[in-house]
Design a protein around this ligand. Structure first.
Ligand code: PEP
Ligand code: MN
Length: 343
Protein backbone atom coordinates (compact mmCIF):
# COMPACT_ATOMS: atom_id res chain seq x y z
CA UNK A 1 0.00 0.00 0.00
CA UNK A 2 1.16 3.55 -0.59
CA UNK A 3 -0.76 4.70 2.53
CA UNK A 4 1.54 6.24 5.15
CA UNK A 5 4.33 7.07 2.66
CA UNK A 6 5.61 10.65 2.76
CA UNK A 7 6.47 12.54 -0.43
CA UNK A 8 8.97 15.35 0.23
CA UNK A 9 8.82 18.31 -2.13
CA UNK A 10 12.08 19.61 -3.56
CA UNK A 11 12.97 23.06 -2.12
CA UNK A 12 11.88 25.74 -4.60
CA UNK A 13 9.49 23.36 -6.46
CA UNK A 14 5.77 24.10 -6.66
CA UNK A 15 3.99 21.99 -4.01
CA UNK A 16 0.64 22.48 -5.75
CA UNK A 17 1.85 20.85 -8.96
CA UNK A 18 3.25 17.92 -6.93
CA UNK A 19 -0.10 17.61 -5.15
CA UNK A 20 -1.95 17.56 -8.47
CA UNK A 21 0.39 14.89 -9.84
CA UNK A 22 -0.31 12.73 -6.79
CA UNK A 23 -4.08 13.21 -6.99
CA UNK A 24 -3.94 12.35 -10.70
CA UNK A 25 -2.51 8.95 -9.68
CA UNK A 26 -5.50 8.25 -7.45
CA UNK A 27 -3.65 9.15 -4.25
CA UNK A 28 -4.96 11.11 -1.30
CA UNK A 29 -2.16 13.49 -0.26
CA UNK A 30 -2.32 15.44 3.02
CA UNK A 31 -0.07 18.50 3.16
CA UNK A 32 2.52 18.68 5.94
CA UNK A 33 4.62 21.79 6.45
CA UNK A 34 7.54 22.16 8.80
CA UNK A 35 10.41 24.69 8.89
CA UNK A 36 9.62 25.92 5.44
CA UNK A 37 9.66 22.41 3.88
CA UNK A 38 6.56 20.90 2.32
CA UNK A 39 5.71 17.22 2.17
CA UNK A 40 2.59 15.14 1.51
CA UNK A 41 1.57 12.14 3.57
CA UNK A 42 -0.40 9.64 1.50
CA UNK A 43 -3.51 8.53 3.35
CA UNK A 44 -4.57 4.91 3.13
CA UNK A 45 -7.35 3.93 0.73
CA UNK A 46 -5.60 5.78 -2.08
CA UNK A 47 -4.54 3.60 -4.99
CA UNK A 48 -1.50 1.35 -4.91
CA UNK A 49 1.42 2.94 -6.69
CA UNK A 50 5.08 2.25 -7.10
CA UNK A 51 6.94 4.51 -4.67
CA UNK A 52 9.99 4.63 -6.96
CA UNK A 53 7.78 6.07 -9.70
CA UNK A 54 6.65 8.83 -7.32
CA UNK A 55 10.26 9.68 -6.59
CA UNK A 56 10.75 10.37 -10.32
CA UNK A 57 7.89 12.94 -10.43
CA UNK A 58 8.93 16.48 -11.14
CA UNK A 59 9.32 18.54 -7.97
CA UNK A 60 9.76 15.48 -5.71
CA UNK A 61 12.94 15.20 -3.66
CA UNK A 62 12.39 11.90 -1.91
CA UNK A 63 9.69 9.44 -0.87
CA UNK A 64 9.80 7.91 2.60
CA UNK A 65 8.32 4.42 2.65
CA UNK A 66 5.51 3.86 5.16
CA UNK A 67 6.45 2.10 8.38
CA UNK A 68 5.62 -1.61 8.36
CA UNK A 69 2.14 -2.42 9.65
CA UNK A 70 3.40 -5.82 10.83
CA UNK A 71 6.70 -5.17 12.65
CA UNK A 72 6.38 -8.25 14.90
CA UNK A 73 5.64 -10.53 12.00
CA UNK A 74 8.61 -9.06 10.15
CA UNK A 75 10.79 -9.84 13.18
CA UNK A 76 9.48 -13.40 13.60
CA UNK A 77 12.34 -15.91 13.36
CA UNK A 78 12.52 -17.55 9.91
CA UNK A 79 12.66 -21.02 11.42
CA UNK A 80 10.34 -21.99 14.25
CA UNK A 81 9.89 -25.26 16.12
CA UNK A 82 6.61 -27.12 16.23
CA UNK A 83 6.42 -30.29 18.33
CA UNK A 84 10.22 -30.29 18.35
CA UNK A 85 10.66 -30.00 14.58
CA UNK A 86 12.15 -27.07 12.70
CA UNK A 87 9.68 -25.46 10.32
CA UNK A 88 10.52 -22.72 7.85
CA UNK A 89 11.65 -21.83 4.37
CA UNK A 90 14.31 -24.29 3.21
CA UNK A 91 13.47 -26.81 5.94
CA UNK A 92 11.98 -30.19 5.31
CA UNK A 93 8.22 -29.58 4.72
CA UNK A 94 5.99 -30.16 7.72
CA UNK A 95 3.16 -32.61 7.19
CA UNK A 96 0.06 -32.27 9.35
CA UNK A 97 -2.65 -34.85 8.75
CA UNK A 98 -5.78 -36.21 10.34
CA UNK A 99 -9.54 -36.11 10.18
CA UNK A 100 -11.54 -32.94 9.79
CA UNK A 101 -13.31 -33.70 13.06
CA UNK A 102 -12.43 -36.00 15.95
CA UNK A 103 -15.32 -38.45 15.67
CA UNK A 104 -14.44 -41.05 18.30
CA UNK A 105 -11.36 -42.09 20.23
CA UNK A 106 -11.17 -45.46 18.45
CA UNK A 107 -11.43 -43.95 14.98
CA UNK A 108 -8.86 -41.29 15.81
CA UNK A 109 -6.46 -43.91 17.15
CA UNK A 110 -6.84 -46.05 14.03
CA UNK A 111 -6.09 -43.07 11.79
CA UNK A 112 -3.23 -41.75 13.92
CA UNK A 113 -1.52 -45.17 14.05
CA UNK A 114 -1.41 -45.24 10.26
CA UNK A 115 -0.17 -41.67 10.09
CA UNK A 116 2.58 -42.18 12.62
CA UNK A 117 3.93 -45.21 10.73
CA UNK A 118 4.22 -42.91 7.69
CA UNK A 119 6.29 -40.49 9.74
CA UNK A 120 3.59 -37.78 9.96
CA UNK A 121 4.64 -35.74 13.00
CA UNK A 122 1.47 -33.75 13.68
CA UNK A 123 -2.09 -34.98 14.09
CA UNK A 124 -4.93 -32.66 13.17
CA UNK A 125 -8.57 -32.99 14.20
CA UNK A 126 -11.30 -30.63 15.29
CA UNK A 127 -13.02 -30.97 18.65
CA UNK A 128 -14.98 -27.78 17.99
CA UNK A 129 -16.11 -27.55 14.38
CA UNK A 130 -17.09 -24.34 12.64
CA UNK A 131 -19.85 -25.46 10.28
CA UNK A 132 -21.83 -23.45 7.81
CA UNK A 133 -25.12 -25.10 8.77
CA UNK A 134 -26.18 -24.94 12.43
CA UNK A 135 -27.64 -28.45 11.98
CA UNK A 136 -24.32 -30.00 10.95
CA UNK A 137 -22.06 -31.99 13.30
CA UNK A 138 -20.32 -29.48 15.56
CA UNK A 139 -17.68 -31.71 17.11
CA UNK A 140 -17.53 -33.59 20.42
CA UNK A 141 -16.05 -30.63 22.31
CA UNK A 142 -13.93 -31.10 25.45
CA UNK A 143 -13.99 -34.92 25.42
CA UNK A 144 -12.58 -34.88 21.88
CA UNK A 145 -9.69 -32.79 23.21
CA UNK A 146 -8.94 -35.56 25.71
CA UNK A 147 -9.04 -38.18 22.96
CA UNK A 148 -6.68 -36.08 20.88
CA UNK A 149 -4.22 -35.68 23.72
CA UNK A 150 -4.27 -39.41 24.60
CA UNK A 151 -4.03 -40.66 21.00
CA UNK A 152 -1.27 -38.21 20.05
CA UNK A 153 0.72 -39.20 23.13
CA UNK A 154 0.31 -42.92 22.40
CA UNK A 155 1.40 -42.40 18.77
CA UNK A 156 4.22 -39.98 19.56
CA UNK A 157 2.65 -37.15 17.58
CA UNK A 158 2.00 -33.46 18.14
CA UNK A 159 -1.48 -31.93 17.99
CA UNK A 160 -3.10 -29.25 15.84
CA UNK A 161 -6.66 -28.38 16.79
CA UNK A 162 -8.93 -25.41 16.42
CA UNK A 163 -10.12 -22.92 19.04
CA UNK A 164 -13.51 -21.70 17.98
CA UNK A 165 -14.44 -19.44 20.84
CA UNK A 166 -12.76 -17.56 23.64
CA UNK A 167 -14.52 -19.96 26.03
CA UNK A 168 -12.51 -22.96 24.77
CA UNK A 169 -9.13 -21.31 24.46
CA UNK A 170 -7.54 -22.62 27.65
CA UNK A 171 -8.72 -26.19 27.12
CA UNK A 172 -7.50 -26.17 23.50
CA UNK A 173 -4.15 -24.59 24.41
CA UNK A 174 -3.57 -27.35 26.95
CA UNK A 175 -3.54 -30.09 24.29
CA UNK A 176 -2.46 -28.26 21.11
CA UNK A 177 1.18 -27.87 20.10
CA UNK A 178 -0.14 -25.21 17.75
CA UNK A 179 -3.65 -23.77 17.98
CA UNK A 180 -5.59 -23.49 14.75
CA UNK A 181 -7.69 -20.40 14.07
CA UNK A 182 -10.13 -21.23 11.31
CA UNK A 183 -10.96 -19.33 8.18
CA UNK A 184 -14.29 -18.17 9.55
CA UNK A 185 -12.59 -16.64 12.60
CA UNK A 186 -9.48 -15.10 11.08
CA UNK A 187 -10.90 -11.63 11.67
CA UNK A 188 -11.85 -12.33 15.29
CA UNK A 189 -9.20 -10.28 17.06
CA UNK A 190 -10.70 -10.98 20.48
CA UNK A 191 -10.19 -14.73 19.88
CA UNK A 192 -6.69 -14.13 18.52
CA UNK A 193 -5.80 -12.07 21.60
CA UNK A 194 -7.12 -14.78 23.88
CA UNK A 195 -5.10 -17.51 22.13
CA UNK A 196 -2.05 -15.25 21.98
CA UNK A 197 -2.28 -14.74 25.73
CA UNK A 198 -1.94 -18.50 26.32
CA UNK A 199 1.59 -18.34 24.87
CA UNK A 200 0.80 -21.06 22.32
CA UNK A 201 1.82 -20.65 18.67
CA UNK A 202 -1.00 -20.17 16.18
CA UNK A 203 -1.77 -21.76 12.83
CA UNK A 204 -3.76 -18.98 11.19
CA UNK A 205 -5.98 -20.00 8.31
CA UNK A 206 -6.64 -17.27 5.81
CA UNK A 207 -10.21 -15.95 5.86
CA UNK A 208 -12.00 -17.15 2.75
CA UNK A 209 -12.49 -13.54 1.61
CA UNK A 210 -9.55 -11.93 3.39
CA UNK A 211 -6.89 -9.90 1.65
CA UNK A 212 -3.29 -10.76 2.38
CA UNK A 213 -2.94 -7.50 4.35
CA UNK A 214 -5.93 -8.41 6.54
CA UNK A 215 -4.54 -11.89 7.09
CA UNK A 216 -1.14 -10.58 8.12
CA UNK A 217 -2.76 -7.93 10.34
CA UNK A 218 -4.49 -10.75 12.21
CA UNK A 219 -1.15 -12.54 12.57
CA UNK A 220 0.34 -9.34 13.96
CA UNK A 221 -2.54 -9.08 16.44
CA UNK A 222 -1.81 -12.56 17.77
CA UNK A 223 1.91 -11.83 18.09
CA UNK A 224 1.18 -8.60 19.89
CA UNK A 225 -0.95 -10.53 22.37
CA UNK A 226 1.82 -12.97 23.27
CA UNK A 227 1.85 -15.73 20.65
CA UNK A 228 5.46 -16.87 20.22
CA UNK A 229 4.91 -17.23 16.47
CA UNK A 230 2.17 -17.46 13.87
CA UNK A 231 2.18 -19.84 10.93
CA UNK A 232 -0.16 -18.47 8.24
CA UNK A 233 -2.05 -21.14 6.29
CA UNK A 234 -3.43 -20.64 2.78
CA UNK A 235 -6.60 -22.75 2.51
CA UNK A 236 -8.18 -21.29 -0.59
CA UNK A 237 -10.23 -18.19 -1.08
CA UNK A 238 -13.77 -17.90 -2.35
CA UNK A 239 -14.03 -17.61 -6.11
CA UNK A 240 -16.98 -17.34 -8.48
CA UNK A 241 -16.72 -20.91 -9.77
CA UNK A 242 -18.14 -23.71 -7.60
CA UNK A 243 -16.22 -26.41 -9.53
CA UNK A 244 -13.70 -26.44 -6.68
CA UNK A 245 -14.65 -25.64 -3.09
CA UNK A 246 -12.25 -22.69 -2.96
CA UNK A 247 -9.41 -21.30 -5.06
CA UNK A 248 -5.95 -22.12 -3.74
CA UNK A 249 -4.10 -18.80 -3.93
CA UNK A 250 -0.70 -20.02 -5.04
CA UNK A 251 0.30 -16.41 -5.69
CA UNK A 252 -0.25 -15.60 -2.02
CA UNK A 253 2.04 -18.48 -1.05
CA UNK A 254 4.73 -17.19 -3.43
CA UNK A 255 4.30 -13.62 -2.19
CA UNK A 256 4.59 -14.50 1.50
CA UNK A 257 7.56 -16.74 0.74
CA UNK A 258 9.23 -13.86 -1.13
CA UNK A 259 8.71 -11.73 2.00
CA UNK A 260 10.50 -14.39 4.02
CA UNK A 261 7.33 -15.56 5.77
CA UNK A 262 6.76 -19.29 6.14
CA UNK A 263 3.29 -20.32 4.96
CA UNK A 264 1.52 -23.65 5.30
CA UNK A 265 -0.91 -24.87 2.60
CA UNK A 266 -4.21 -26.69 3.03
CA UNK A 267 -4.98 -28.37 -0.29
CA UNK A 268 -7.96 -30.24 1.22
CA UNK A 269 -10.17 -27.23 1.95
CA UNK A 270 -8.95 -25.50 -1.20
CA UNK A 271 -9.99 -28.42 -3.40
CA UNK A 272 -13.03 -29.81 -1.63
CA UNK A 273 -12.46 -33.07 -3.54
CA UNK A 274 -9.85 -35.71 -2.89
CA UNK A 275 -8.69 -36.15 -6.49
CA UNK A 276 -7.34 -32.59 -6.53
CA UNK A 277 -5.47 -32.74 -3.23
CA UNK A 278 -2.23 -34.09 -4.73
CA UNK A 279 -1.94 -31.58 -7.62
CA UNK A 280 -2.71 -28.68 -5.29
CA UNK A 281 -0.20 -29.99 -2.74
CA UNK A 282 2.44 -30.10 -5.48
CA UNK A 283 1.59 -26.56 -6.61
CA UNK A 284 1.69 -25.23 -3.05
CA UNK A 285 5.10 -26.75 -2.33
CA UNK A 286 6.43 -25.53 -5.68
CA UNK A 287 5.31 -22.00 -4.76
CA UNK A 288 7.26 -22.22 -1.49
CA UNK A 289 4.84 -23.56 1.14
CA UNK A 290 6.74 -24.85 4.18
CA UNK A 291 4.32 -27.71 4.65
CA UNK A 292 0.87 -29.15 4.17
CA UNK A 293 -2.17 -29.78 6.33
CA UNK A 294 -4.19 -32.60 4.80
CA UNK A 295 -7.47 -34.17 5.86
CA UNK A 296 -7.30 -37.95 6.22
CA UNK A 297 -10.08 -40.32 7.31
CA UNK A 298 -10.09 -44.11 7.42
CA UNK A 299 -13.61 -44.26 5.91
CA UNK A 300 -14.11 -40.96 4.08
CA UNK A 301 -17.55 -42.00 2.82
CA UNK A 302 -18.76 -42.14 6.43
CA UNK A 303 -16.99 -39.00 7.67
CA UNK A 304 -19.15 -36.65 9.71
CA UNK A 305 -17.60 -33.63 8.00
CA UNK A 306 -15.61 -32.92 4.84
CA UNK A 307 -15.65 -36.56 3.64
CA UNK A 308 -15.42 -35.69 -0.10
CA UNK A 309 -12.03 -34.06 0.38
CA UNK A 310 -10.58 -36.58 2.84
CA UNK A 311 -7.88 -38.98 1.65
CA UNK A 312 -7.76 -42.41 3.17
CA UNK A 313 -4.44 -43.31 4.80
CA UNK A 314 -3.29 -45.30 1.74
CA UNK A 315 -3.95 -42.29 -0.48
CA UNK A 316 -1.95 -40.09 1.88
CA UNK A 317 0.88 -42.64 1.64
CA UNK A 318 0.76 -42.35 -2.16
CA UNK A 319 0.75 -38.56 -1.91
CA UNK A 320 3.78 -38.56 0.37
CA UNK A 321 5.66 -41.00 -1.85
CA UNK A 322 4.79 -39.00 -4.95
CA UNK A 323 6.00 -35.77 -3.34
CA UNK A 324 9.17 -37.52 -2.20
CA UNK A 325 9.81 -38.82 -5.71
CA UNK A 326 9.31 -35.33 -7.12
CA UNK A 327 11.86 -34.07 -4.62
CA UNK A 328 9.24 -31.83 -2.95
CA UNK A 329 9.75 -33.57 0.39
CA UNK A 330 12.48 -35.80 1.68
CA UNK A 331 11.47 -39.26 2.87
CA UNK A 332 10.60 -39.53 6.52
CA UNK A 333 12.80 -42.62 6.76
CA UNK A 334 14.65 -44.17 3.84
CA UNK A 335 12.42 -47.00 2.55
CA UNK A 336 15.32 -49.52 2.54
CA UNK A 337 15.79 -49.01 6.28
CA UNK A 338 12.10 -49.63 6.83
CA UNK A 339 12.33 -52.88 4.84
CA UNK A 340 15.32 -54.06 6.84
CA UNK A 341 13.43 -53.40 10.05
CA UNK A 342 10.31 -55.28 9.06
CA UNK A 343 10.21 -58.90 10.25
C1 PEP B 1 -10.69 -27.38 9.13
O1 PEP B 1 -9.46 -27.32 9.16
O2 PEP B 1 -11.34 -28.44 9.28
C2 PEP B 1 -11.46 -26.15 8.81
C3 PEP B 1 -12.70 -25.98 9.23
O3 PEP B 1 -10.74 -25.31 8.06
P1 PEP B 1 -11.12 -23.84 7.53
O4 PEP B 1 -11.23 -22.98 8.75
O5 PEP B 1 -9.96 -23.50 6.66
O6 PEP B 1 -12.41 -23.94 6.78
MN1 MN C 1 -12.45 -29.71 7.45
Amino acid sequence: MSGGAVVIVLPGADPESVRRALVARGLWPVRLERTGRVAFRLESHGSRVDLDALERLEGVERVLAPPSTTPRLDAQPPIVRIAGRPVGIGQRPLIVAGPCAVESEERLLAIARRLSTMGVPLLRGGAFKPRTSPYAFRGHGPRALRWLADVARDCGMGVVTEALSELDVDAVAEVADIVQIGSRNMHDHALLRAVGATGRPILLKRGMAATIDEWLASAECALLSGAPFVLPCERGIRGFDPSTRNVLDVGAIALLTARGLPVLADPSHAAGRRDLVLPLARAALAAGAVGLIVEVHDAPEHALSDGPQALDPDELGLLLRELERAGAIRPARPPEVREELSP
